[in-house]
Write a protein that binds this ligand. Structure first.
Ligand code: FES
Length: 107
């Protein structure tokens, strides 16, 4: 089963196992990860699922869509090159594990 590791701004690291096809946002919300809200339910309309993908995993991800790109300009913590919307990134057989940093502020 794929795993997602969420690293909080405090340095705390939490690894969760999720089914293929699960978004990072859903993985966080269903496992009670602090700092990922997912207010819009995954519609790329709230930016409360902002995460920073570690560079070693970024190349395996599909590119940022226009809608995601627009919403990433609305994140509470400053957007960086590593920024993605957690609801738009899904774990898969091609990406069996991923490590992301959770922003210090989400809303
Ligand atoms: S959950 Fe709203 S943009 Fe991702």
């Amino acid at each position: 089963m794929p795993t997602v590791t969420f690293v909080q701004s405090t340095g705390e690291s939490i690894e969760v196992a999720v089914a293929e096809g699960t978004s990072l946002m859903r993985a966080a919300v269903t496992n009670g990860i602090d700092g990922i809200v997912g207010e819009c339910g995954g519609q790329a309309m709230c930016a409360t699922c902002h995460v920073f993908v570690r560079p070693e995993y970024a190349g395996a991800l599909p590119p940022v869509s226009d809608d995601e790109d627009e919403m990433l300009d609305c994140t509470t913590s400053e957007r960086t090159e590593a920024s993605r919307l957690g609801c738009q990134v899904k774990v898969s057989a091609e990406l069996p594990s991923i490590v992301v940093d959770v922003p210090a502020d989400q809303v």
